[in-house]
Design a protein around this ligand. Structure first.
Ligand code: ASP
Length: 337
């Protein structure tokens, strides 16, 4: 079990929200208040993060735990499993109303979508982060953390799947993606919009997602110590297909094709993809554009990634391979989740 590093603060009558810290810019420090690049992510611990936002105690009884303290480029499958198991343990406690995860923004959407598929509760789970380190002028971390805890404590947020809350917006983990490397307004729900927004710290929900999540999925992390290796191979002009061979040689059980346009595969790579399929590797087509839907097309090989971007398709394929090798069942999952 993760150590409790910050004891509950806030009046006993308020809902209890557990904050699990994993690192990232929200816990990062830079040299000066103008430095928003080149800083060190994952420095501040959960207790320091919570103490930096005293208003949290007016919204919930908040306690903190440190799961990892890394930039999100260093989040591994091992950390994902540890985090998911802890989230499920906490949500099983009757006194916990919701969970917040603080995370680096670079791969935040992957962790959020993973949790969306493996959390077994209707209680709110909210992933947040920040684009500016804690030492920057107008750092966005404190406000994002306050908003995330507000949503996690809200009864209206129940049953909506895992949510991503930053910059006043509430997004669904299924659709939300980081669209800009630098700007504060980077998380967008491409194709689906936002679930809602916060105004004066009050969550307002406008929409809900139709894809299934959390309690409606067959994935059970409590029995998992590792995840099958799934790699992403990017499509581009004059692609020789060697990356497929390399992924298979390194043990890939699945490969997500980040294909051009609507998941197209060039004539040059099709032989390599065919060879991988012949070796039992499951191929899923997605789009390198990062949004849009991949349609069936007899000219190409592999299952259809629906509207999942390559990094989210990888998360689903890893989990799908933990429960089945049946290609039609895996295809169904890509349309369901
Ligand atoms: N490199 C950081 C990370 O993902 C960026 C951020 O958090 O905004 O951990």
């Amino acid at each position: 079990m993760s150590p409790i590093v910050a004891q509950a603060q806030g009046a006993a009558s308020l809902p209890r929200v557990a904050v699990l810290a994993t690192g990232g810019t929200i816990a990062g420090t830079g040299g000066s208040e103008t430095q928003t690049t080149g800083y060190k992510p994952g420095v501040l611990t959960a207790d320091v993060l919570l103490k930096s936002v005293p208003s949290l105690g007016k919204i919930a009884q908040v306690s903190g735990e440190q799961v990892s303290n890394v930039g999100s480029d260093n989040i591994t499958n091992e950390i994902l499993l540890k985090l998911a198991k802890r989230v499920n343990q906490l949500l099983a406690q009757p006194d916990i109303a919701g969970v917040v995860i603080t995370h680096g923004t670079d791969t935040l959407e992957e962790t959020a979508y993973f949790l969306n598929l493996v959390v077994k509760s209707d209680k709110p789970v909210v992933v947040t982060g920040s684009m500016r380190p804690s030492t920057a002028i107008s750092a966005d971390g404190p406000s994002n953390l306050l908003q995330a805890v507000t949503v996690a404590a809200s009864r209206e947020a129940r049953g909506r799947g895992v949510m991503v809350v930053l910059n006043d917006r509430i997004g669904s983990a299924r659709y939300t993606t980081k669209t800009n490397a630098d700007s504060l307004d980077t998380f967008k729900g491409l194709d689906a919009g936002y679930l809602g927004m916060l105004i004066d710290q009050v969550p307002h929900f406008e929409t809900s997602v139709t894809k299934q999540h959390t309690t409606a999925t067959p994935f059970d992390v409590s029995k998992l110590d590792a995840l099958p290796q799934v790699d992403i191979v990017y499509g581009y002009q004059n692609d020789g297909g060697y990356m497929y061979d390399a992924a298979v040689a390194h043990g890939a059980k699945g490969i997500v094709v980040a294909g051009v346009g609507a998941g197209s595969e060039s004539l040059l790579v099709l032989p390599a993809i065919k060879k991988a399929i012949g070796q039992g590797v499951v191929i899923v087509r997605s789009s390198r554009t990062g949004s849009g839907f991949v349609p069936a097309d007899p000219a190409y090989l592999g299952l259809l990634g629906d509207s999942l971007n390559p990094q989210k398709a990888r998360i689903l394929l890893m989990l799908a391979l933990t429960v089945t090798q049946d290609q039609s069942r895996i295809q169904e999952m890509f349309h369901q989740f």
